[in-house]
Design a protein around this ligand. Structure first.
Ligand SMILES: Cc1cc2nc3c(=O)[nH]c(=O)nc-3n(C[C@H](O)[C@H](O)[C@H](O)COP(=O)(O)O)c2cc1C
Length: 174
């Protein structure tokens, strides 16, 4: 993997997150790691000097959330098409019940006190800046709650500063 400048990237964040999905991973060599599939999130600029940031949303039940909460960083990995079935698996089964990383044939790379996967084609290494559960009284339309939170298990929103972008080839370079 090689590190690139985020400003030189070319990609569509809507199809990247919404269609290709990403793996949210946290933990380190000492704590172990866990990963899950995510298709909700944002990439953009916030705070600092329009710092590059990623926002992810994790429900309280996710085992991955424990790793994100316990450490300072998380990573977002984009995988190529051949991993689509594995990503469905990683987004359906919990790491509490199975060794998902091993079963999906992923190779953890422990770096910067976090974890990404050697098989990824694109990795964002993010430092947590903000974490807060979405509040019921913040929703302006009850229909959003009824549709997405029948159990009132509101996501925690995490804003991470993108510290590093790693790519396997030139696909994301303009
Ligand atoms: C395509 C897809 C997208 C998902 N997006 C999210 C998401 O953005 N946030 C979330 O909390 N769960 C999301 N999930 C569900 C988790 O990936 C799933 O519950 C997973 O099994 C959690 O694993 P864990 O308990 O090992 O963390 C998604 C699942 C799939 C299949």
């Amino acid at each position: 993997m090689k590190e690139i400048n985020i400003k030189e990237m070319k990609f569509n964040p809507f199809t990247l997150i919404g269609n290709e999905w990403m793996l949210v991973t946290a933990g380190n060599e000492r704590t172990g790691c866990n990963t899950m599939t995510a298709s909700w999130g944002h990439l953009g600029c916030l705070w600092g000097s329009n710092d590059p940031t990623a926002v992810i949303y994790l429900r309280p039940s996710r085992y991955t959330k424990q790793f994100v909460d316990a450490t300072d960083r998380f990573t977002l990995c984009v995988m190529d098409k051949s991993f689509k079935k594995s990503m469905t698996y990683l987004g359906t089964v919990s790491g509490r019940d199975e060794n998902k990383v091993e079963k999906a044939g992923l190779t953890p790379v422990f770096e910067d006190d976090t974890t990404y996967f050697a098989e990824a084609k694109l990795v964002f290494v993010c430092k947590k800046l903000y974490a807060s559960e979405l509040k019921e009284d913040g929703f302006l339309y009850d229909s959003i709650i009824e549709k997405n939170y029948p159990l009132r298990d509101y996501h925690t929103m995490y804003v991470g500063k993108i510290e590093k972008v790693l790519v396997r080839d030139d696909e994301y370079l303009g």
